[in-house]
Ligand binder design. Structure first.
Ligand code: AMP
Length: 140
């Protein structure tokens, strides 16, 4: 099992520090976020230490993400939220503070005041084609 002795989530997985466990199996752990954005804010993590979502092998990611629907249903039942945001921050620039892949499930209710600055822009002429070419190269 890949662990990082400096990682707070690896310490939780190793039982060195406590967590409010909601679900656990051989691949993943779900627990309450200690600094909730809303009542019942959940974290879902793989047992193996990976810093970034982009580093996780597909089978391992599948074993973790298959838990999102049942956790989402449990979240709705337990919190009476009308929905939730699923969020994964990859990298410090995106707000990642704990360097162990994790998914946030953030309960939402109408008018709760949570949200993003969703400053949608517009591509200048030609830029969309440049981006498309860059992605196609990167994916090939
Ligand atoms: P991120 O900014 O995406 O890296 O989010 C890390 C999250 O981990 C934050 O929402 C923290 O509140 C949460 N967190 C950090 N340490 C703990 C802990 N010991 N138990 C539960 N949640 C934690």
């Amino acid at each position: 099992m890949s662990i990082d002795s400096d990682c707070v989530f690896c310490k939780i997985l190793a039982g060195q520090i406590p967590c409010a466990e909601v679900y656990s199996d051989e691949h993943a752990l779900a627990f309450l976020d200690i600094g909730p954005l809303a009542d019942g804010h959940l974290l879902l993590i793989p047992r193996r230490h990976h810093r970034h979502l982009s580093d996780v092998p597909p089978e391992e990611l599948a074993a973790v993400t298959r838990l999102i629907p049942p956790l989402g249903r449990a979240l709705r039942r337990a919190t009476q939220a009308a929905g939730f945001n699923l969020l994964c921050n990859e990298g410090a620039a995106a707000g990642q503070e704990v360097p162990h892949v994790h998914f946030h499930l953030i309960p939402r209710t109408a008018g709760d005041g949570l949200g993003y600055r969703w400053n949608a822009g517009k591509y200048p002429p030609g830029r969309m084609d440049e981006m498309l070419a860059a992605y196609r190269t990167a994916m090939s």
